[in-house]
Design a binder for this molecule. Structure first.
Ligand code: ADP
Ligand code: ASP
Ligand code: MG
Length: 812
């Protein structure tokens, strides 16, 4: 004999009930079918009675909906010849319900007893209708054999009576017995009671255990018990087998797929549970039995579950240390008041005991404990109770965690990297469950990062927000798209772009954007944005392993880095503003990233994609010291001075640089050295010097008066310098020399200006807009290290940004 239980969604519609019929009628042996109310009806009945009790007439609309749903269902599933009688019976029940609700509406009062009576109609109606659909089925009334007694404000099953009534009731077992789940009645007075929300699973388990079923099948709307709640973790997957203990631990901690008390009755009789999907009957489901089973991949943890309704209460005081019986008094006081404790933690110093309860029980707990320890509190031996509300508890569960070192390390390391602080934790010596408490707002992030870390270890996910989708950002998106598959296969890294924004719009999608179309999507379906909105959206998303990529040149965006880093979001900046702003700011950002174990990277701030900052860091970290830096860092200036010739004047060369997009549209930014000074300051800082932009000694070849006024003034006056420049160039050429704009740092002193270079110098042959840097260190003293190559261009800059992102992916 088997017991099958079908949940609310499984019996929620015509199509679904026909599925159930097919499944049940295909079974050869006798079966007991336990059914829930139609999906959503229990909630709707509770709402209707609440409205009625508040004198709100709209309860009638709800009741009409309930009525229509059941009557329509009958028309869809009950054979035509039986329809009239089915409608008649159902209408009778619905009329009873209507009378009760009218009574509540009139007296404006709703007792627990009446509420229990009202919700019972959900299962009574559904079981009746389904009994009319399944061939040869016999309908039973669960109130006649599931008996409860009251304990505090809960109804608990009286097993002695229930077991004997079940045995009696099902002595001749019909082919198909149809039983409403959830509902029961009081042993004492026969009042209608129930087994608590989700209680149909429990009804089925009690029947299976008492009647020694071969199996208990729970048919629901997912393919089985999953590694985590699939509504929160999209990548959760079905666990093929679980032990009773593992299932119990996971359900007790919020895995809604089975109502927690369900496991006990069948566990004691060693009757396995099979979780199956009514909508996908071919899926194998999850088999829960006595045997621990590691599965093919020997997963050490099997599942993660959570409860978001958590309050921590701490009893603390020096008077507790070494005193016997304090814990006994705490838990007795709680038990006497019906308060259930689901996690306990006590440090070995014994100076405090912390335990977790539901938020709604917190005030009562504080009151009874303050009373219990009134004397000790008066004497100052125990402090007033401390409570923390709005927390969440997470548990990781697995029988094979036992004797496997490193699980707790991995768990807490993962949380730390996600910037989530653990408020309390507990692990029993059975080593099957590690539970911990965090702030409720971090729950989703915690679940995602732990799931990723323990279950999806074949690749690591990095979530990217890319701000600025112009030339650099655009190329970056293209490059990521091209590399995505390869990175996943070869490096085990999945780059997931979860948000993009430009100055006007933002587009955010937690599951990842389609990189082929995301820029068009941004324009068509992005929402209007602002700097504040960008940060709000990102923080609200609360996503783990995330990187903010700044491909703008915006002051406002650079202003966000501190908040981002403080929320454990790494920052990769092509934008130079933050790293070159006041030293204090730069140092704070670096320090914040270091403390939080995340990254603030800006390799492309100097020399675009050239590995300059990274190389300097490697030198310094391996014990070298940078003595001197000399560099040509402006591709624009280099282009201009390479282009000036007998035929091409200074002013024309500047124009050519602008036209070729080497220079900014306003070339004064390049010519005035602003950009190079920023780069030099960043380099000097990375070399260990505390410098500001003002500290750079600058010698501009173009007098500063040319930079005042409008851009038109600049273009008008700049030809005045052409002749002098040409003369100077000729003179230098005659001596075998060239002019280069060199940025340098020597023993902490930074300079920028024109330098005459002869043909033996490595800077002499610097083509086009290239950059070059010479690094002299203690190790590279006589022959400095030289890095040279394209120092500008969107493509190489994007590649440099990409390299920074990859380097974050590689830290674990
Ligand atoms: P039923 O109405 O069939 O009793 P429930 O809604 O009570 O169904 O339980 C099934 C739901 O539980 C699933 O749809 C899923 O969203 C949720 N759920 C939460 N945690 C888990 C988990 N670990 N595995 C599977 N489902 C889970
Ligand atoms: N109908 C009840 C509820 O919604 C019982 C159940 O579905 O298991 O809680
Ligand atoms: Mg359920």
């Amino acid at each position: 004999m088997k017991v099958l239980k079908f949940g609310g969604t499984s019996v929620g519609s015509v199509e679904n009930i026909l599925n159930v019929k097919k499944i049940v009628e295909a079974i050869d042996e006798p079966v007991i079918v336990v059914v829930s109310a139609l999906g959503g009806i229990t909630d709707q009945l509770l709402l209707t009675s609440k409205l009625a009790s508040q004198g709100d007439m709209s309860y009638r609309n709800e009741l009409d909906e309930i009525t229509d749903r059941h009557l329509n269902l009958i028309k869809g599933v009950v054979p035509e010849i039986d329809q009239n009688i089915a409608i008649q019976q159902t209408t009778t029940m619905l009329e009873e319900l209507e009378n009760i609700l009218r009574g509540i509406y009139l007296i404006r009062d709703l007792s627990q007893k009446t509420s229990d009576m009202i919700v019972s109609y959900g299962e009574r109606l559904s079981s009746y209708i389904i009994s009319r659909v399944i061939k040869d089925s016999k309908l039973y009334d669960a109130r006649l054999f599931i008996k409860t007694i009251k304990q505090f404000d809960k109804h608990i099953v009286d097993f002695e009576l229930t077991n004997s009534l079940i045995e009696e009731t099902f002595k001749p077992l019909p082919k198909v017995a149809l039983v409403p789940g959830f509902i029961s009645s009081s042993k004492v007075n026969g009042d209608i009671t129930n087994l608590g929300r989700g209680g149909s699973d429990y009804t089925a388990s009690i029947l299976a255990a008492t009647l020694n079923a071969s199996i208990l099948e729970i048919w629901t709307d997912v393919d089985g018990f999953m590694t985590a709640d699939p509504r929160v973790i999209r990548s959760a997957y079905v666990i093929d087998r679980l032990s009773f203990i593992e299932a119990m631990e996971l359900c007790n901690f919020g895995a809604k797929v089975i109502y927690p008390p369900t496991i006990y009755p069948v566990y004691h009789k060693n009757i396995p549970i099979l979780i199956r999907n009514t909508f996908n009957p071919d899926a194998p489901g999850t088999f829960i039995s006595n045997e621990p089973y590691a599965g093919a991949n020997k997963a050490t943890i099997r599942g993660i579950s959570s409860i978001d309704n958590t309050c921590l209460v701490t009893v603390q005081g020096l008077g507790m240390v070494g005193v016997i019986g304090v814990n006994k008094r705490i838990f007795r006081a709680l038990a006497d008041n019906g308060i259930s404790v689901f996690m306990v933690s006590q440090a070995s110093s014994e100076n405090n005991t912390t335990f977790a309860i539901k938020n709604e029980e917190a005030d009562l707990a504080v009151r009874v404990l303050n009373e219990e320890f009134a004397m000790e509190r008066a004497q100052g031996e125990i402090n007033d109770m401390v409570i923390k509300k709005d927390l969440a508890t997470v548990a990781i569960v697995g029988e094979f965690m036992k004797n496997t070192p490193g699980i707790a390390g991995k768990l807490f390391g993962t949380l730390g990297r996600a910037g989530i602080s653990v408020i309390a934790c507990a692990q029993g010596a059975s080593e099957i469950n590690i539970s911990f408490v965090i702030k409720k707002k971090y729950l989703r992030k915690a679940l995602n990062s732990i799931h990723d870390s323990f279950f999806l270890s074949e690749y690591k996910m990095l979530n990217l927000f890319i701000i600025g989708v112009g030339t650099v950002g655009g190329h970056l998106l293209e490059q990521i798209e091209l590399q995505q598959q390869k990175l996943m296969k070869q490096n085990g890294v999945k780059l997931n772009v979860v948000g993009i924004a430009d100055i006007n719009k933002i587009l955010i999608r937690r599951e990842g954007l389609d990189l082929k179309t995301c820029i068009q999507d941004l324009y068509s379906s992005g929402i209007d944005t602002s700097t504040e909105l960008i940060i709000d959206e990102i923080l609200q998303m609360n996503i783990f392993n995330s990187v903010f990529v700044d491909c703008t040149a915006s002051d406002d965006i650079a202003g966000l880095y501190e908040t981002l880093l403080n929320n454990n979001i790494s920052v990769v900046a092509a934008n130079k503003i933050a790293a070159s702003s006041v030293y204090k700011k730069y140092a704070l950002l670096k320090e914040t990233a270091r403390k939080r174990g995340i990254k603030f990277l800006f390799e492309t701030n100097v020399g675009a994609g050239l590995p300059i900052i990274n190389t300097m860091n490697n030198l310094i970290n391996s014990g070298d010291r940078i003595i001197k830096l000399e560099a040509v860092l402006s591709g624009t200036l280099n282009f201009i001075f390479n282009t000036i010739s007998e035929d091409i004047t200074l002013s024309r060369a500047i124009k050519m640089a602008v036209d070729a997009r080497y220079a900014e549209p306003d070339p004064r930014i390049d010519l005035s050295g602003t950009d190079v000074i920023r780069k030099l300051v960043i380099l000097a800082r990375e070399a260990g010097c505390e410098v500001e932009q003002n500290d750079v000694i600058t010698n501009l070849i173009i007098p500063s008066t040319y930079f005042e006024g409008s851009i038109e003034d600049f273009w008008k006056h700049i030809p005045e310098l052409d002749a002098a420049f040409e003369e100077n160039r000729k003179k230098l050429a005659a001596n075998g020399k060239r002019l280069r704009f060199v940025a340098s740092m020597h023993n902490g002193v930074c300079r920028f200006g024109p330098v005459e270079i002869d043909s033996r110098h490595p800077f002499y042959e610097l083509e086009g807009s290239n950059n070059i840097i010479m690094i002299s260190t203690e190790r590279y003293r006589d022959y400095p290290m030289i890095i040279k190559g394209y120092g500008a261009g969107a493509e190489v800059t994007a590649a440099g940004v990409f390299a920074d992102i990859i380097s974050i992916a590689n830290i674990r």
